[in-house]
Design a protein around this ligand. Structure first.
Ligand code: NIG
Ligand code: FE
Length: 424
């Protein structure tokens, strides 16, 4: 749909604005405060939200601002729910190939780590990604982004980490940059060269850490290919000490730290995140109470990935303990070929509610404004407020609670990205 003038989204059953938290992420009880307008209206112009309020007020706004002859596109939202565009703050979406055969192995008892240690898992995807050209990566990833958009996701973070050598890490990040320009979904890039130790450094992880800190990070920063640096801090992958040195090197080059922490075993990842001032710690399935307390104190955002726990058939993170401790919680798919191959953030939201007992209101906060904070975009996206970017989703749902009730189906009706209806 091409639009020249204003867009007036009229008579929504509910507009969930999630307003008022663009400066700091929501924590504690505030995560449940969504700011819901019954019978709401939203007015967009160009790439920007101009007005949000009751439908009556929105109609007034349109009447007072639209000059004679101005085009106003009306989107009838009767019976529908309107929310900010969903934000996915943790994906490994740029890669080649797939790993469906691992499911059989895992069902027969092999663990995720067994498969990685045998040279499969991340290393299998690394081999496929190394073989692919940048253009192939762009085309494979484009389809995944199309699916994200169809599920109401308008911004994703994208990590590298399937190259594990300089040229191939750069190739992944360049593919993300191309897609950020070409695809309606916005991508925010994270360098994750320390995702696994590649076969050529097997037995000498310290040498690989030096490659990451001395060559890869400077090259990524010089080409301005990423805003964040991440590391898989996990027993058998990178130790807390190695992780610290990688994230500190990233900081020196202007890459803000994120960390894959305590995913498989408790390993001090949450504590390390707090200590080095990470923007976010991600996974946290086995985070210690002490680590959770430290994260709350340091204001580290917990990015939780219940789809990964579901797909790896293990117990999810303790979201309730984190919210009770005052840790800001965000949610994400973790979209990757091994531990969570879905683009359905709405299904992840269902899992957050049904397997981690987050309330429907907390879940929406976690996938909008808190997720936007986790990728440094809360000034622009994550809530419906005048002046913010016009990323909006209409769901075929009468209220926000319905999203977690009518689960595992795609309720998206319309997606508007930067003021342009892209899914109608
Ligand atoms: O977040 N844990 C490390 N990385 C991904 C999985 C990547 C893969 O298996 O390809 C994760 O779960
Ligand atoms: Fe991940």
């Amino acid at each position: 749909m091409r639009v020249n003038g204003m867009i007036y989204i009229r008579n929504a059953s509910q507009v969930v604005t999630v307003a008022g938290a663009s400066d700091t992420p929501k924590t504690g009880d505030d995560m449940g405060q969504l700011h819901v307008i019954e019978n709401g209206g939203v007015v967009l112009e160009g790439e920007t939200i101009r007005f949000v309020g009751s439908d009556k007020e929105a109609q007034h706004y349109v009447d007072s601002k639209a000059a004679d002859g101005d085009e106003v596109t009306v989107i009838d939202a009767s019976g529908k729910l309107v929310t900010p565009g969903l934000v996915d703050p943790h994906t490994h979406v740029v890669f080649a190939g797939s790993r469906e055969f691992e499911l059989d192995l895992r069902l027969k008892g092999a663990t995720y780590m067994d498969i990685l240690n045998a040279g499969g898992g991340i290393l299998y995807s690394t081999a496929r990604t190394r073989e692919a050209s940048e253009a192939q990566l762009v085309e494979e990833t484009r389809k995944r982004l199309d699916r994200f958009l169809a599920h109401g996701v308008t911004t994703v973070e994208a990590k590298s980490g399937y190259g594990l050598r300089l040229e191939d890490e750069l190739k992944q990040l360049r593919a993300a940059r191309v897609l950020n320009e070409e695809h309606p979904v916005d991508l925010v890039s994270t360098f994750m060269g320390a995702h696994a130790v590649p076969p050529e450094y097997k037995g000498d992880p310290s040498a690989f850490v030096r490659l990451v800190t001395e060559e890869m990070i400077p090259a990524v920063a010089r080409e301005r290919l990423a805003e964040y640096c991440d590391v898989f801090c996990e027993e058998g992958v990178f130790t807390p000490e190695q992780s610290r040195s990688i994230l500190e090197a990233g900081k020196k080059w202007g890459l803000k730290p994120k960390i894959h922490a305590d995913e498989i075993v408790p390993y001090g990842g949450a504590e390390l995140a707090a200590e080095i001032g990470a923007v976010s710690a991600e996974h946290l399935l086995r985070a210690s109470d002490e680590g959770i307390r430290a994260m709350a104190e340091a204001g580290v955002i917990a990015v939780l990935l219940p789809g990964t726990a579901f797909f790896l058939m293990t117990k999810p993170a303790n979201a309730r303990a984190m919210i009770a401790a005052g840790v800001p919680v965000a949610l994400s798919t973790d979209r990757n070929p091994g531990s969570c191959p879905t683009e359905s953030l709405p299904f992840i939201m269902n899992l957050a509610c049904l397997s981690m007992r987050m309330t429907p209101a907390e879940v929406l906060t976690a996938c909008t404004i808190n997720a936007a904070h986790a990728i440094g975009r809360a000034d622009r996206i994550g809530s419906i407020e005048a002046g913010k970017q016009a990323d909006i989703v209409l769901f075929d749902a009468p209220n926000y609670m319905y999203l977690q009730y009518h689960y595992a189906v795609n309720l998206v009706d319309t997606v508007i990205k930067k003021g342009r209806p892209v899914i109608v």
